[in-house]
Design a protein around this ligand. Structure first.
Ligand code: PMP
Length: 437
């Protein structure tokens, strides 16, 4: 096998990495990951790292989970791929059924895609086309600051993270944006902030509601915006505003869904049923890409008509519902039921919160936000790569985490053990103390 230094040199000659400033990256001493087992990743020098962000929020039970790998192998021997455009297959059918079993009652149709962004894109188009085919042209979307739905242009249009999205503004579809329910005024409670943003939304909808096809939110946690948590009453309020105005409630559960917050989906904290729900990330347990849009029957019905009516949803990707991905997802969901992974994620979150509690008092820590396993530690001074430095200190101690600006993000695999979780918390605490105390 090639040495790490040789692989890095070849990488630097040939590869362009996502969300990576290549003028800086060589100096940041790139790691080359060789293999994974359980919650650990191993680099080409054989060093072991605890995967503290579950490989960008996807690993559920652990790396190399045998039941998922076996399911992929078995599927591989039967059918590796066949299009879902006008054909079907059993893994796709079974997965749709399984997803509807755990989704909020009222969602009844599953449309598969590949990545979170591609599912978000499908849902965005569905909301517009459904309204149009019910006789109303509603070309506007209402969304919130600090939102993130992926990097394709429709998803970017509904985003609100300046650093990622501002550049592309001239290219985007028209939207109306209100404040983030997770960015609090001084002394304000989350419930008060929820009411304030709902009032802003109500004002927009009373002026232009007839033209708004969907209100788009990440439920409970705005993840890429910096793990900003909000009150469940916000989602109840959004549902009511959608009912009043006729806009669809479109929730993006790519980060929150499939267990991360200690419930199957973020909306379960509020007991709210959306019209469209986007899922991705952990669906396959972290093994393969797969995402989906779950829709209410009323949305689906708006697309029915004769083949020549033009009411078809003319949208789909080549590898949509890839059977290997579906087989992995079925194995993952079965394991989650068997192991009680969703409830366990709630327990993991509480233990992590308790283990990090003392860090909240450190001078360099502005706030610790958490729901279930989704955790953000805001560190300062801001704008000086402080978040990066904390993550680098953690890497020296054998833990891989990734910052979002000055928010140090932790999102361990849901199946992490108590002792592994304590190791994660201990290293993060020590790394914060090293950098900002
Ligand atoms: N929506 C949310 C809420 C996300 O957090 C992400 C990814 N972090 C996406 C959409 C995009 O998913 P993907 O990167 O798989 O396209």
């Amino acid at each position: 096998m090639s040495s790490r230094s040789e692989l890095v040199a070849r990488d630097l000659r040939a590869v362009w990495h996502p969300f990576t400033q290549h003028a800086q990256w060589p100096a940041d001493d790139p790691l080359v990951i060789d293999r994974g087992s359980g919650v650990y990743l191993y680099d080409t020098d054989g060093r072991r790292y605890l995967d503290g962000v579950s490989s960008l929020w996807v690993t559920v039970h652990g790396h190399g989970e045998p039941a998922i790998n076996d399911a992929i192998r078995a599927q591989l021997d039967r059918l590796e791929h066949s299009t879902f455009l006008g054909l079907t297959h059993e893994p796709g059918i079974r997965l749709a059924e399984e997803l509807l079993r755990v989704a909020p009652a009222g969602l009844s149709r599953v449309f598969f895609a590949g990545d979170g962004s591609s599912a978000a894109e499908a849902a965005i188009k569905m909301a517009y086309q459904a309204a149009l085919q019910r006789g109303r042209d509603r070309p506007l979307y209402l969304h919130v600051a600090e939102g993130y739905h992926g990097d394709t242009l429709g998803a970017v249009s509904l985003g609100g993270v300046e650093l990622f999205h501002a550049t592309y503004r001239p290219l985007l579809i028209e939207t109306r944006i209100v404040g983030s329910p997770g960015v609090l005024g001084v002394g304000q409670t989350r419930a008060e902030r929820a009411n304030e943003v709902l009032a802003e939304m109500r004002a927009v909808l009373s002026r232009e509601g007839e033209r708004v096809c969907a209100v788009v939110v990440e439920p409970m946690v705005q993840a890429a915006g910096g793990m900003l948590t909000h009150d469940a009453s916000f989602l109840v309020g959004v549902r009511a505003l959608c009912d009043e105005s006729g806009a669809a409630m479109l929730v993006d559960e790519v980060a929150t869904g499939v267990g991360a917050t200690g419930t199957w989906f973020g909306v379960d904290h509020a007991g709210v049923v959306p019209d469209l729900m986007v899922v991705g990330k952990r669906l396959t347990g972290g093994a393969l890409p797969l995402s989906a849009v779950l829709a209410r029957e009323s949305v689906y019905d708006a697309f029915l008509g004769t083949p020549l009516s033009g009411r078809t949803f003319f949208h789909g990707h080549t590898y949509t519902a890839n059977p290997l991905s579906c087989a992995a997802a079925l194995a993952n969901l079965a394991l989650m039921h068997e192991r009680g992974t969703v409830a366990r994620a709630g327990v993991v979150g509480e233990r992590l919160g308790a283990a990090l509690a003392s860090a909240a008092a450190y001078d360099g820590v502005a706030e610790i936000r958490r729901l279930g396993t989704m955790t953000g530690i805001e560190v300062h001074p801001v704008g000086q790569r402080t978040g990066f430095e904390v993550c680098r200190a953690a890497r020296r101690r054998g833990v891989l985490i990734r910052p979002l600006g000055d928010v140090v993000v932790l999102m361990p695999p849901l199946g992490i053990s108590d002792s592994e979780l304590d190791e994660l918390a201990r290293v993060v605490d020590a790394s914060i103390r090293e950098v900002v105390q």
